[in-house]
Ligand binder design. Structure first.
Ligand SMILES: *Cc1c(COP(=O)(O)O)cnc(C)c1O
Length: 400
């Protein structure tokens, strides 16, 4: 029998490598191997109890039916309040769409905004999903490569050069997955001005806004000018701040017509995000916020430890991130060398040998568009980080 003839576009995207490595690490663990896992893209903390109980109550109350496709009014209003209080952004209910995670929000934005061949500027190293989504809907991802020396923030010249008459949007993630890079207000102002000059839309992925260090306070691009307010789609969600990745609630704020189109798309595809999860997210946004700071403090402690520990290993250099829960160490000094007779040609070889022989799971930088690096998540206990670093050190000492 012949193979199924799949849609051309599904062939344009790769399965998520992060999820693939996590799965392999879990498999080894299930087989009894003590794996230290730095590959997770999610907080290791439990979802706070007040949030869980809100979900339990919603089930007991029978809140288990379809809701409006764009989310329940209470949650949309809670997002309006939250954006006003935290970021000084004035939205109305019709400016908010609740989706099945921020990933779904980004997918819907691409689907309702992009025509075939429209260009989207994506800043590398990037969250790989950006490129996949843009390609899948027929857009063209235009990659701007940043450097460690520039704190993984693009230069003005790089951004200017990437603009063409086909540029439709610039997607910015601040703080950034996978590098932990953070943008200054000036960095963002330049992007906003460049967008205005060229009539470009902006996506501001603010999912890590609460996981920040050294007193860094992210500013939403949408606040920086009237144009930015009109033309920025602010994407956020509860996954990272409240350790709720499995609940799948994200949201978009912005232009009411774009939001309306996203809701229309949802009404004919996913329908509403899970009713119960919406109630949990409502409690997350409006209930006690103590757990957010508690988790942030733990992340900062771990960041301090892991950055110093990595920089103390000969051959590794690591940028100190001011946000998110990842470090992005440069391991390219080992390329061309050998581990027990096996040549290391790139980040994939490095990650595979490390997992196989020393049982430490990391994500190769190539998954984020830069092969010279690894992404290591510190959303794992300090004890695990210490043990993992010890194993990493043993591994690199054997590279000749
Ligand atoms: C984790 C993450 C998201 C959010 O994912 P959800 O779908 O809300 O769980 C969005 N953007 C980036 C860059 C992320 O790392």
């Amino acid at each position: 029998m012949s193979r199924p003839k799949l849609n051309r576009r599904i062939g344009l995207i790769q399965p998520s490598m992060t999820i693939g490595i996590s799965a392999k690490a879990k498999e080894l663990r299930a087989a009894g191997v003590n794996v230290i896992n730095f590959s997770a893209g999610e907080p290791d903390f439990d979802t706070p109890d007040n949030i869980k109980m809100a979900a339990v109550k919603s089930i007991a109350d029978g809140f288990t039916k379809y809701t409006a496709a764009g989310g329940i009014n209470e949650l949309r209003d809670a997002v309006v309040e939250k954006e006003k209080n935290k970021n000084g952004l004035e939205y109305k209910r019709e400016n908010v769409c609740i989706s099945v995670g921020a990933k779904h929000a980004l997918f819907n934005i691409a689907a309702v905004m992009l025509e075939e061949g429209d260009e989207v500027i994506i800043i590398a190293p990037y969250w790989v999903t950006y490129e996949a989504i843009v390609s899948y809907v027929g857009g063209k991802a235009v990659i701007v490569n940043t450097t460690e020396e520039n704190g993984f923030v693009p230069t003005k010249e790089q951004l200017e050069k990437a603009i063409t008459p086909k540029t439709k949007m610039i997607w910015v993630n601040n703080p950034t997955n996978p590098t932990g890079a953070t943008y200054t207000v000036d960095d963002l102002k330049f992007i906003v001005e460049l967008a205005e000059k060229n009539d470009i839309w902006l996506v501001s992925d603010e999912i890590y806004e609460d996981i920040v260090f050294d007193g860094y306070k992210p500013v939403s691009m949408a606040t920086l000018s009237d144009y930015a307010y009109e033309r920025t789609l602010v994407v956020n969600g509860v996954s990272k701040t409240y350790s709720m990745t499995g609940w799948r609630i994200g949201y978009t704020c912005g232009d009411a017509e774009v939001i309306g189109a996203m809701i229309k798309l949802q009404s004919q595809s996913t329908s509403n995000p899970t009713s119960i999860a919406q109630c949990a997210a409502l409690e997350a946004l409006t209930g006690d916020q103590d757990s957010v700071e508690k988790m942030r403090v733990q992340f900062e402690k771990r960041r301090d430890y892991i950055v110093d520990a990595l920089n103390s290993i000969e051959g590794i250099s690591c940028f100190k991130p001011k946000g998110a829960f990842y470090v992005f160490p440069n391991i390219s000094s080992f390329f061309g060398k050998e581990y027990e007779g096996k040549k290391i040609n790139g980040s994939m070889d490095f990650a595979e040998l490390l997992l196989e022989h020393h049982h430490v799971a990391v994500v190769p930088g190539i998954a984020f568009g830069d092969d010279r690096f690894l992404r290591m998540s510190f959303a794992t206990s300090l004890e695990d980080i210490q043990e993992g670093i010890k194993r990493l050190k043993e591994f690199v000492e054997k590279i000749k």
